[in-house]
Design a protein around this ligand. Structure first.
Ligand SMILES: [Cu+2]
Length: 151
């Protein structure tokens, strides 16, 4: 019995390491740990966070995003704005440059991918795919994990 318990702990640790370490790459672009917070109801937009790393010697550009229709109608690149203490957000429709050797962090209160028109709410433990289209690296299909990271 004791042996079994040790095993289940070991398996649990492996699985959580996987969840928190998932990353993707295409060409010189690395994408680390795409995740989204659960949403309370379906009618609110959801935000996706991740880290984009450009290991190349040339700038690349995130030009567009695609998401399956059963997850959301649209996916947009957003940035959080602060005008004299008034927080808001802006859609980045011109694309987002990922500078050579640079890293762009999408995080709560900063840049994020905004999903709008969700037919159902995002629940803790859900997983869905998003395609990030880069000018040079091309399309990168990533799995987004819905995680409650507020605890
Ligand atoms: Cu937004």
């Amino acid at each position: 019995m004791k042996y079994l318990n040790v095993m289940s702990v070991a398996i649990f640790l492996c699985v959580s390491a996987l969840v928190h370490g998932h990353n993707y790459s295409a060409g010189k672009i690395d994408i680390d740990h795409p995740w989204a917070s659960p949403t309370a109801i379906a009618s609110v937009p959801a935000a996706v966070y991740l880290i984009i790393d450009n290991k190349g010697k040339k700038d690349d550009k995130l030009v567009s995003l695609s998401v399956e229709k059963d997850i959301a109608k649209v996916a947009e690149i957003h940035e959080t704005t602060n005008k004299n203490g008034l927080l808001g957000m802006r859609k980045i429709s011109e694309g987002l440059v990922i500078p050579a050797g640079g890293k762009i962090v999408f995080a709560p209160g900063e840049k994020h991918i905004m999903l709008k028109g969700l037919p159902k709410r995002l629940e803790n433990g859900d997983k869905f795919s998003i395609v990030l289209n880069f000018e040079k690296a091309g399309p990168v299909d990533v799995s987004v994990y819905v995680e409650d990271n507020t605890k």
